[in-house]
Design a protein around this ligand. Sequence first.
Ligand code: SF4
Ligand code: SF4
Length: 338
Amino acid sequence: MPKAKYFQKLSRGSLRCNLCPHYCELAEGERGKCGVRKNIDGKLLAENYGLISSVHLDPIEKKPLYHYYPSASILSVGSVGCNLSCSFCQNCDISQTTVDDYPWLRQHTVEQVLAYNDQYSDNIGIAYTYNEPTVYFEFMMDLAAESKKQGLKNVMVSNGYIAAEPLREVLELIDAFNIDLKAFNNEFYKKFADARLNPVKENLKTVRMAGKHLEITNLIIPGLNDDEKEFEEMIKWIYNELGEYTVLHLSRYFPAYRLQYPPTPQETISRLFEISKSHLPYTYTGNLNFSPGQHTLCHQCGTLLIERKNGYLTKIKAIDDKGKCLTCKTRILKYVKP
Ligand code: SF4
Ligand code: SF4
């Protein structure tokens, strides 16, 4: 089990993990909030290193990334653990567990994961996803370094809850991000995720400033984060701090884990979709069959550029190999499939 990065020794065998803004202080034998980093003999160990819970070839739209090599496939890997504990987690079986309590993990080396690519000729790279990749930081970084050498892309699907220094390291290897912005309300983060909003906002700005591809997901939960005023405040913040063409996915909530509210009404999503679209032209909807929220239309001339069905069935309609709209020649996408 390899030694984890980003920790400092404290007194009497205890230590502090500096990987994420929880900065857990761990006595000998204790695990952090993420459940997968443990103090053994005064050293922090990455218990889930190389332990894979799932590996699949997925459409990139499933991450979701809609403006990054649309219609491409990506090898998606995950482990166990998460530094957040969202009451509504859809992946709680792998996020809210430990390596001891999840018997289906399979040990992999970096080379073994990369070998899956031999089966998939149209794969553009590796997505670190399913559980929170920050908590398998060391394996993600080792894998990302090797995959980059092979000319593959690296994608991180994250809650954005990582400390500044490891994020700088991540930015050297990860090409594209989908980051959750769960609500624009610190109380929500505290009560439903045991975290804070501010580090996520700061990290979104850092990723944007670094020039990496960034898309955001906001899961809409009825009565918890669907207040129109608060939602519009979030949209304006995205517009001002991250830019008008930031891609935003509004996702419909379904009951999961500890939160058993009824699913978000479709009307709520379509109302918030309209508010968002009036500021951010590249707003999409997910987890529901709402056609206007699936397609990509040129923000300049309104041409249908990319048609999507059920979110993942993607047809490129009117975009050239440089990512420009075929009608008005405006550059829409930076990354298109060769
Ligand atoms: S990564 Fe885990 S152990 Fe480290 S600070 Fe975050 S929750 Fe705590
Ligand atoms: S951050 Fe994601 S994986 Fe972690 S608990 Fe929340 S929803 Fe689940």
